[in-house]
Write a protein that binds this ligand. Structure first.
Ligand SMILES: [Zn+2]
Length: 122
């Protein structure tokens, strides 16, 4: 998927994460063996508690049934999703929308959700 993202979108997302997420202090604090909840209790980029977010995106890596801890798992809150979504190109959005439609049956990504946000896949 990463290869399909436009260069501009890749740079925009990298810049957003680089500018807003302190991965080094997070890694020092949590390492790779903390309780799962500790990784996902706050938005990775603004620190908002998950309980205060209307919606959030969660990212995680697995090997089989084993959750791999480190930079992941993480969450990004609704506000930060919106900021990232605003910075990605139409080309990238179309690629993601097509990918989600093909691989994740459910409401279409164009659907109006109650909170008026558009779902994105990170
Ligand atoms: Zn946030």
């Amino acid at each position: 998927m990463n290869e399909q993202l436009s260069e501009n979108s890749r740079v925009a997302m990298f810049d957003f994460m680089h500018d807003h997420a302190d991965m080094e202090s997070r890694q020092n604090r949590l390492s790779n063996n903390s309780e799962t909840e500790a990784y996902i209790e706050n938005c990775i980029t603004c620190g908002k508690p998950r309980s205060e977010a209307k919606t959030f995106t969660i990212g995680a890596m697995f090997s089989g049934e084993h959750l791999i801890k480190g930079p992941f798992p993480l969450i990004i809150c609704d506000d930060c999703e919106g900021k990232i979504a605003a910075s990605i190109s139409d080309e990238t959005r179309k690629f993601w929308d097509d990918y989600i439609a093909e691989h994740f049956p459910g409401p279409p990504s164009e659907i109006d959700l109650p909170n008026k946000s558009k779902p994105i896949l990170i």
